[in-house]
Design a protein around this ligand. Structure first.
Ligand code: SAH
Length: 327
C-alpha cells in the first residue's frame, strides 16, 4: 500500500476537480481560514511566543497552507513554513502557492527550536494500513501476493493473536482488525516534539472515534471507488482513520488531546457561518457558490459527520476548543 501510494502521488496530479478526488481546502478558502483562526487562537492563548513553525503533513496542492497562513498574518502570526511531502511533483505545485517552504521527507528533520503549529488534512488515511484476519486457526496478517499472476490477498504465515486486544478476542471467523503502525509512529514523534517544544496540532480525516471491526480499505480513481487491486500506483488507496489510536499515540508521548469532534461541529465552532456571510456580503455574485461550499464542508450528509477533527496541545500551551480568544 505504501509503495502504491508513493508511486501514485509521485506521478500524477491526483487532487482537485480534474483529478481523482477533491479535498476540503479545494472546496473553499473557508476551510484553511478556520484552521488559521484556530492556530492563531492557540498562539495568542499561549502568550504569542516568537520563533513559531507551521508544519503541514501531506499538504497536497498547498491550498490549505496558503489560506491558513494568510489568515494567521491578519492576527500578527507569521511562522516559518515546513512541509512534510514525499511527492516531487506536489512539492512543485506547493512552491507556486506558498513562499519560503522548507521541505522534509519525514518528521525527523523538523526544526527543534520553537513551538510547532501542525496541520494534517487527509494525510493519515494515505499511509500504510495493516489488517489482521480472524481464521479458524487464529489471527493472521492479511498480505498482498500474486495468485495466477494477479495481485490478491494472501494470508501471512505468522500467528498474530498476540496483536489482538481483549476487546476483539471473541470476534467471529472472517473478522478484520485494522491498525496503522506507520500512523502511530508519525503521531508519536509529532506529539513528542509538540510536548518538548510546545505547540499544537489539528488532524482532520475521515474516520471513527472508537475501535471497531471491518475493512475500510478502498481505492478511488476519477472520483469513483474501484477494486483495490485494479490500478496499483494509479489509484488512491485509503482507509478510515482510527482516531482513538492516534489520540493514544499522542497521549503516550505526553501531549493533551481535546475530545474528538465532527468536522461540521468544529468548523461551526470556529465561526464558518459568520465567515460565509461576510464573504457573501463582499462578493454577492458568489453567494450561491459560497453557500454550497459551506454546505459541503459542514452538513451531515456531506463531509460534516464522516470527517473528524482531533486537536492536540503540548508543553505549556492550553488546549482551547474555540476561537473566542480572537473576538
Ligand atoms: N492535505 C492535502 C492533500 C491530501 S492527499 C489536501 O487536503 O488537499 C495526501 C498528501 O500526503 C499528498 O500531499 C501526498 O503526497 C502526501 N503523502 C502521502 N503519503 C506520504 C508519506 N508517506 N510521506 C509524506 N507525504 C505523504
Amino acid at each position: 500500500m505504501g509503495e502504491s501510494n508513493a508511486l501514485y502521488y509521485s506521478e500524477t496530479r491526483p487532487i482537485g476537480a480534474a483529478g481523482d478526488f477533491i479535498t476540503a481546502p479545494e472546496i473553499s478558502q473557508m476551510f484553511g481560514e478556520m484552521i488559521g483562526i484556530y492556530l492563531a487562537s492557540m498562539w495568542r492563548a499561549a502568550g504569542q511566543p516568537p520563533n513559531v513553525h507551521y508544519v503541514e503533513l501531506g499538504p497536497g496542492r498547498g491550498t490549505l497552507a496558503h489560506d491558513a497562513l494568510r489568515t494567521m498574518t491578519r492576527f500578527g502570526l507569521s511562522p516559518s513554513v515546513h512541509f512534510v511531502e514525499g511527492s516531487p511533483s506536489l512539492r512543485a505545485v506547493q512552491s507556486a502557492q506558498v513562499a519560503d517552504i522548507t521541505f522534509h521527507e519525514d518528521v525527523s528533520t523538523l526544526p527543534d527550536d520553537g513551538p510547532i503549529l501542525m496541520v494534517a488534512n487527509e494525510f493519515f488515511d494515505a499511509l500504510a494500513l495493516r489488517q489482521l484476519l480472524c481464521t479458524d486457526r487464529g489471527w493472521y496478517e492479511r498480505m498482498v501476493g500474486l495468485v495466477d499472476e494477479k495481485l490478491a490477498f494472501v494470508s501471512g504465515n505468522k500467528p498474530m493473536d498476540a496483536a489482538i486486544g481483549d476487546n476483539f478476542k471473541d470476534a467471529p471467523i472472517g473478522a478484520i482488525v485494522e491498525s496503522s503502525p506507520a500512523s502511530a509512529a508519525i503521531m508519536k514523534e509529532a506529539a513528542r516534539r509538540i510536548t518538548a517544544q510546545a505547540g499544537c496540532a489539528v488532524v482532520i480525516d475521515y474516520g471513527y472515534g472508537a475501535a471497531r471491526l471491518g475493512s475500510s480499505l478502498q481505492a478511488v480513481q476519477n472520483h469513483t471507488k474501484i477494486g483495490v487491486f485494479d490500478a496499483p500506483g494509479r489509484a488512491d488507496l485509503t482507509f478510515h482513520v482510527d482516531f482513538a489510536a492516534l489520540a493514544e499515540s499522542a497521549s503516550a508521548a505526553g501531549a493533551r488531546c481535546n475530545p474528538l469532534m465532527t468536522q461540521g461541529d468544529w468548523l461551526r465552532l470556529m465561526g464558518i457561518g459568520a465567515r460565509a456571510e461576510a464573504l457573501s456580503r463582499a462578493q454577492p455574485e458568489r453567494m450561491s457558490e459560497i453557500a454550497l461550499a459551506h454546505h459541503r464542508l459542514t452538513h451531515a450528509d456531506e463531509m460534516g459527520d464522516l470527517f473528524k477533527v482531533l486537536t492536540i496541545a503540548g508543553g505549556n500551551w492550553t488546549c482551547i476548543m474555540n476561537s473566542s480568544e480572537l473576538e
